[in-house]
Design a protein around this ligand. Structure first.
Ligand SMILES: Nc1nc2c(ncn2[C@@H]2O[C@H](COP(=O)(O)OP(=O)(O)OP(=O)(O)O)[C@@H](O)[C@H]2O)c(=O)[nH]1
Ligand SMILES: [Zn+2]
Length: 206
């Protein structure tokens, strides 16, 4: 269990057992509206708690999905193809776990197949699963790499995320336009500098 908490920190508990009701969620939004200084009973805000709850369901849908659900299906008939597969510029929105405001970015995900390949869309689906949770960029990068490593058992996985954190742009230090880059390398991408360099240059090529 410790390992699960360490690697998948957002899913250590039985979420359904602890999940508040729809009414509790809507009441919490009403409290925040009042706390911000507005009046939840005015006409324009009457439906807002329900809308916010519905939006949260969508924005945080990743808690209801596990990577194994999408990575289970693999293909072996690829004419012996064994070189890098890179899906780059996968756009995502996430929310930082410190302030619950958006992280807007792109993920670049590569692996070196070992007899099996993934459906390409499944890589983007894994980015969605982890993006739609409260995150740090470092955690999300490591989780995507680990999910692919664990389920596909390829010769190596490389993940790079570049993102802007709205908590640094809209509030606090208020620096707009800065980009944070994070990488995780496993297997051959970790042990072979040439593979890592090729990943970097393929990500950078336009
Ligand atoms: N390492 C890391 N830090 C993050 C990420 N998202 C937000 N942060 C940082 O989390 C930190 C939280 O710092 P605190 O001092 O506890 O909170 P704060 O007073 O709101 O900090 P400021 O943002 O500096 O105003 C801030 O420095 C954020 O920039 C992330 O994905 N990774
Ligand atoms: Zn933040």
């Amino acid at each position: 269990m410790d390992a699960i908490i360490k690697n998948f920190p957002q899913t250590p508990v039985d979420l359904d057992a602890d999940r508040p009701s729809q009414k509790e969620a809507e009441d919490a939004v009403r409290t925040l509206l009042r706390w911000a200084g507005d009046d939840p009973s005015r006409e324009g805000l009457l439906d807002t708690p329900a809308r916010v709850a519905k939006a949260y369901r969508e924005l945080f849908a990743g808690y209801d999905m596990e990577p194994e659900d999408v990575l289970g299906r693999t293909f072996e008939e690829v004419a012996g193809y064994d070189d890098m597969v890179l899906v780059k510029d996968i756009p995502f929105f996430s929310h930082c776990e410190h302030h619950m405001v958006p992280i807007i970015g792109k993920a670049h995900v590569a692996y070196m197949p070992d007899g099996k390949v993934l459906g390409l869309s499944k890589i983007a689906r894994v980015v969605e699963i982890y993006g739609r949770r409260l995150q740090t960029q470092e955690t999300m990068t490591a989780q995507i790499a680990k999910a692919i490593d664990d389920t596909l058992a390829p010769r190596g996985v490389a993940v790079m995320i570049e993102a802007e954190h709205m908590c640094m742009a809209m509030r606090g230090v208020q620096k707009q336009g800065s980009t944070t880059l994070t990488t995780t390398f496993t297997g051959t991408f970790k042990t072979e500098p040439a593979d890592q360099a090729r990943f970097m240059s393929m990500v950078r090529s336009r």
